[in-house]
Write a protein that binds this ligand. Sequence first.
Ligand SMILES: Nc1ncnc2c1ncn2[C@@H]1O[C@H](COP(=O)(O)OP(=O)(O)OP(=O)(O)O)[C@@H](O)[C@H]1O
Length: 591
Amino acid sequence: MTPRLILALVAAGVALALPALLPVFQVTLLTNVAIAALTVVGLVLLTGVAGLTSFGQAAFMGVGAYTTAVLTTAYGWNPWLTLPAGMVVTAGVAALLGLATLRMQGHYLPLATIAWGISLYYVFGNSPALGGFTGLRGIPPVSVFGLDLTDPRRFAYLALVFLVLGIVAAQFLLSSRVGRAMRALRSGTVVAEAFGANTFALRVQVFVLSAVFASAAGWLYAHQQRFVNPTPFGLNVGIEYLFMAVLGGAGYVWGGVAGAVLITALREVLQNVLPTLLGTGGNYEVIVLGSIIILVLQFARRGLWPLAERLVPAGTPKLLARALTFPHRPDPLPGSLILKVQDAVKQFGGLKAVSDVSFDVKAGEIVGLIGPNGAGKSTMFNLVTGVNPATRGNVTLLGRDATRLPARTIHRLGVARTFQHVRLFPELSLLENAMMGGYARGKAGIVASLLHLERREEAALQGAALKQLERVGLRDRAFDQAGNLALGQQRLLEIARALTADPAFLLLDEPAAGLRYGEKAELSALLRRLRDEGVTVLIVEHDMDLVMNLVDRLVVMNGGQELAQGNPQQVRDNPAVREAYLGVDLEEGAA
Ligand SMILES: Nc1ncnc2c1ncn2[C@@H]1O[C@H](COP(=O)(O)OP(=O)(O)OP(=O)(O)O)[C@@H](O)[C@H]1O
């Protein structure tokens, strides 16, 4: 029993007692809060977790509400059937809108959500079958075991049950393989794709899921009011849901709930208090609410929930009991070809960052890719790992033509990598970061994750990640936040993440940058051990001392071209290399 769990149970107890204790007016307010919170929890998944800002969440609530309104009033459906029907209709609408808009980047996507948020509002308002702007009346009450929930107190319990189920499902999702990949989306697509995730499919999934949450809230709304019209599903309400998420903490499920409670309660208080102070002339509460949002954005960018969380320490998370271990990938035959780059060219406009470079890497080798700044090493890395495919030439990886394969497919061939500029998820634990590396080893999808039916697989992922954290010397800090690590340790964590994928071929982009002397020695020892265990390594590194004493062979690039290849001694003796490295003591590594 952690302090946080005790508090959550107390909060649940209080919430359950409130409908029985409060006056009816406030019970209705409580129901409104629960409905809004359910919508906002969906928005938290979309915006706070996956980083896709949407102004259109209220419109999806409208789809759920109108579906039940039409099916119950015009066709006499039982409300319990219209709930899944509404979810299916909403998911369909969201999938269509998602497929059309989710490839957009930057501010284009939020703008698109505004566009369809407005469109759906007018579809509701201008469709005679939906009652136009006057709406649809006569929606029947929901009944449970023959008991009509017409009494606001009973209905409040229904709304709370929905909210609790929504919170639990969202938390389950976030502590799963799919949830971690969704979190990875917030910082772009490169990392998630590098570990085998199809980021566009994930974007569509989280978008549809978020809409389904709103749809369930819309169903509740329709049966609470017994009447629907377009007003509560308009753009300004969508913006208000976004405010709730941002105020509470868009990255946190409980932040969404807190935001819904705070804004609903604040609006209520302000609507009562401000007219007595300032008169009834203006909508002053809107101005005050807006000012509060600006202050929060100014002083607590991540919302209020992280501040509250700091007051209650988190217990050490429990590891799952392991009943399953992922099988080890079959090792390539010693000496077989792992990577073959043939006449690779990468052109950025007029600049040839890589120009007719050819080299290969054989199983069981550690190959160094070196060259002065701007030589084209990282570009070559991106070309091999599918981040930025070659303009011309061929890349063969583990026996497959990989020249045009996307990063996620290349990863699944058995290739894992680290990044020159560390790309971790600072707010997640070391363990969760490392587990992201095992994404492609798991199979569980979004539904299994929402229901926590993937615990065996999750336990296996934990086991695999812990083993690699142990290997890089970070096991003791498995539950710390990755953002608290020194840069050198962050690089080691990236290696652990890559190793969790059980790769046959490991690509390391400047892994020793920021490491202390002792840590570099440990890194060398680790890479040698990995080679002995059958992992082939391609390493870009500026630390000549480390490289010269570690690698079997070197490929030297300069100005996008291949300058030399050979073992460390041959490269050290090469006059062209000496010239390119003017000022760098290549003998340093000879010791
Ligand atoms: N996306 C891009 N668009 C345009 N030019 C690029 C791009 N990526 C790299 N370049 C250019 O290509 C050249 C090679 O860059 P690259 O980062 O591959 O070199 P590097 O050898 O990795 O250098 P460093 O050791 O400094 O990381 C540079 O001139 C760089 O400015």
